[in-house]
Unconditional design. Structure first.
Ligand code: OSB
Ligand code: MG
Length: 368
């Protein structure tokens, strides 16, 4: 295949409610969508998960635009590609910028599956026909608000609740949740809000029977996490710290975590995601698919990835309506009794809606 034209769009979509983590809060989601058109006239789609502010990692919507416009798109346009695995080799001379790279790579994977007439899930080697949906709930104004949300999502069937924690919104909140919902599958994500100085508090979380604690310590750390994991019973799950297969290998060797959250954008694409998935399977670590408040395009990629067999734990991939009044794909992603049906149509298996995309596009540029 050859990409003969690429359309890059900058979208702005308002979420139903603000999302608040230990690093900040926002409601207007800005992101890039990439449409790659091949020499047969088929379109493949990728979504950049970089935010407009570099608070999750160093990438932003604008740095992704720069990388794509000035380096990644010129490197890939009109190149003969026989398999999507080649995309990371083509980009390997460029350091990091994984979310920008993943935007192109995702579109190439979608196109590859469409050219073969199979679903993206099948192209990746996934077997599941449906996947379990979990949900990530941001920090709320009051504990009562949080309990109400958990109750609602539990009634919708979500398979596990993840709450965001930070100093001052941790032990007392988890205690209230456990009082009201003693059995609900529960985990906590700190987005790096703690240090080893907080060891006593982190030990105290053991009493809440959490499935895991996600990224409690610094976003670039695997050494302190290994020390922490030795001191606490709750499994440590790494998110921000893992950017590659090599990071995962080192974290496993050090004992920094017992679980890994795989985000396609953070690790530079689906090929690298699959390599990390396979490595974790060899070492007996379960993985799950993280989320970055994606639109339907990124969500579709997450669903396809989650069909791989070592995605044992429910991920953060929820239904479109949890985030958006109107998503940009048809049909939208629907959660029924806590399950999402994996589409079997070619590629990502959802149709991008050009009218809706146009409505949310603030800027676009074509490359040939
Ligand atoms: O750490 O997993 C995270 C959202 C924004 C930034 C970081 C994270 C998250 C989530 C939301 O937890 C997951 C989702 O619903 O997409
Ligand atoms: Mg996280």
């Amino acid at each position: 295949m050859k990409l003969t034209k690429i359309i890059l769009r900058h979208l702005k979509m308002r979420m139903k409610s603000p999302f608040t983590t230990s690093f900040g809060s926002f409601q207007d989601k800005e992101f890039l969508l990439l449409e790659a058109i091949d020499d047969n006239g088929l379109s493949g789609w990728g979504e950049s998960v970089a935010f407009h502010i570099p608070w999750y990692n160093e990438e932003t919507v604008k740095t992704n635009w720069h990388m794509l416009e000035d380096f990644l798109i010129p490197a890939i346009l009109n190149k003969e590609i026989s398999h999507p695995d080649e995309v990371s080799d083509i980009f390997s001379y460029i350091r990091k910028n994984n979310m920008a790279k993943s935007t192109v790579e995702g579109a190439v994977w979608d196109l590859y599956a469409k050219e073969k007439g199979i679903s993206l899930a099948a192209a990746l080697g996934g077997q599941k026909e449906e996947i379990e949906a979990g949900i990530s709930i941001g920090i709320q104004e009051t504990v009562e608000d949080l309990l109400r949300l958990i109750d609602g999502y539990a009634n919708e069937g979500y398979k596990r609740m993840k709450i965001k924690i930070k100093p001052g919104w941790d032990v007392k909140v988890l205690r209230e949740i456990r009082k009201r919902f003693p059995e609900v599958p529960l985990m906590a994500d700190a987005n790096s809000a703690y240090t080893l100085e907080d060891i006593d508090l982190l030990k105290a979380l053991d009493e809440f029977d959490l499935m895991m604690i996600e990224q409690p310590l610094a976003s670039d750390d695997i050494v302190d996490h290994a020390r922490l994991q030795k001191e606490i019973k709750t499994p440590v799950c790494l998110d921000e710290s893992i950017h590659s297969y090599e990071d995962a290998r080192k974290a496993i060797e050090l004992g920094s975590c017992k679980i890994i959250n795989i985000k396609i954008g953070r690790v530079g694409g689906l090929t690298e995601s699959k390599r990390i998935h396979n490595l974790c399977r060899e070492h007996g670590l379960p993985v799950w698919c993280g989320g970055m408040l994606e639109s339907g395009i990124g969500r579709a990629h997450n669903i396809a990835l989650t069909t791989l067999d070592n995605f044992i734990l429910p991920g953060d991939t929820a239904g479109s309506s949890r985030y958006w009044e109107r998503d940009i794909i048809e049909p939208e992603v629907v959660v029924e009794n806590g399950w999402i049906k994996v589409p079997d149509k070619p590629g990502i298996g959802y149709e991008p809606n050009y009218d809706t995309i146009k409505e949310f596009t603030v800027f676009e540029k074509s490359f040939t």
